[in-house]
Design a protein around this ligand. Structure first.
Ligand SMILES: Nc1ncnc2c1ncn2[C@@H]1O[C@H](COP(=O)(O)OP(=O)(O)OP(=O)(O)O)[C@@H](O)[C@H]1O
Ligand SMILES: [Mg+2]
Length: 293
């Protein structure tokens, strides 16, 4: 296989055969795993694990190391609750060249992965089809059981990863991997540095991610049919789509003018690029706290 060919299920990846696993348990073993991915032929990595095992940190380290080693790398963050990049309630993409700048966004409209399954999967599909880098890293939420397991299976189906990187010892990881035994798996222990985030820290991270994204935006006025206006409420989270219906940004409804048939939305999108709205299931209060509608 040439270095540029996409590895397929069935090939050996870094000396690991299909379904074979490798126990590691220290920070240096994380480093070793990252080096093996970056210096090898892996093109698409799906990072899985329960909550707070270090998934996002691993993705960041991998992205950084790939860039240091001269590989073009991108990350797609499919965790809609605890974002690594961009605002919650979205699937987001960034590259190693400018990790802070979003290269793509798919609106989901909820921070609950179970509620957003369809949009999360279609968002991942769209963002990975448009990725042009030679290493694609996909970050996920820690929801592994029930609908979480089905969501992981759907992500594997659209991404077609050549490596499942599982962190931690949650038995649901084995169930997910067993359903995709044709995909190579690398198993790492949770980092000894990983710390549990409290519910307060999680809420604060979500507020901060919404604030950073939306405060960089400005108000735009969007004309809407009256049926569309009736469906909207004040401070509702919305997705902004272009004139072809493709997601361009996340927005927050600031004001509704039913008499004029207009809605004012705070968003980083350029007004002329916006052709319509997708409704979210959340509203944001003045302190950027998200609440179900
Ligand atoms: N290798 C590491 N070095 C330093 N800190 C780490 C490391 N791994 C994880 N942490 C810390 O532990 C916490 C949890 O890590 P992280 O957020 O990466 O986990 P996660 O699995 O992505 O969590 P979630 O399920 O919320 O998405 C974070 O505060 C992170 O900074
Ligand atoms: Mg995370």
């Amino acid at each position: 296989m040439s270095p540029d060919a996409s590895p397929r299920p069935g090939v050996i990846v870094h000396g690991l055969r299909d379904g074979e696993t490798n126990e590691t348990s220290s920070v240096s073993e994380w480093d070793e795993a990252i080096a093996r991915i970056v210096d090898g032929r892996v093109r698409r990595v799906l990072v899985l694990g329960a909550v707070d095992v270090g998934k996002s940190t691993f993705c960041q380290l991998l992205l950084h190391r790939a860039s240091e080693r001269g590989r073009t790398a991108a990350v797609i963050d499919t965790d809609v609750g605890q974002k690594m990049i961009g605002p919650p309630a979205t699937v987001t993409g960034a590259t190693s060249e400018a990790p802070e700048a979003l290269t793509g966004l798919a609106f989901v409209g909820t921070m609950d992965p179970a509620q957003g399954v369809t949009r999360v999967v279609s968002g991942l599909d769209r963002l990975c089809r448009s990725a042009r880098t030679d290493l694609l890293i996909v970050n996920t939420s820690g929801l592994l059981r029930g609908v979480g397991r089905r969501l992981k299976a759907a992500k594997i189906a659209v991404l077609r990863p050549d490596l499942l990187l599982t962190i931690g010892d949650d038995p649901h990881l084995d169930l997910i991997a067993a359903e995709h035994a044709g995909v190579a798996r690398l198993r790492l222990a949770s980092s000894p540095e990983a710390q549990r985030k409290t519910p307060g820290q999680r809420r604060a991270a979500r507020r901060e991610a919404f604030r950073r994204y939306l405060e960089a935006g400005r108000s735009c006025i969007i004309p809407l049919a009256s049926s569309g206006l009736l469906a909207l409420s004040d401070r509702q989270l919305v997705g902004l789509v272009d004139h072809k219906g493709r997601d361009v940004a996340l927005g927050l409804v600031e004001a509704l003018d039913r008499a004029r048939g207009e809605v004012q939305v705070l968003s980083p999108a350029r007004t002329e690029a916006v052709g319509g709205l997708i409704l979210g299931w959340l509203r944001l209060d003045e302190y950027w706290n998200a609440r179900p509608l």
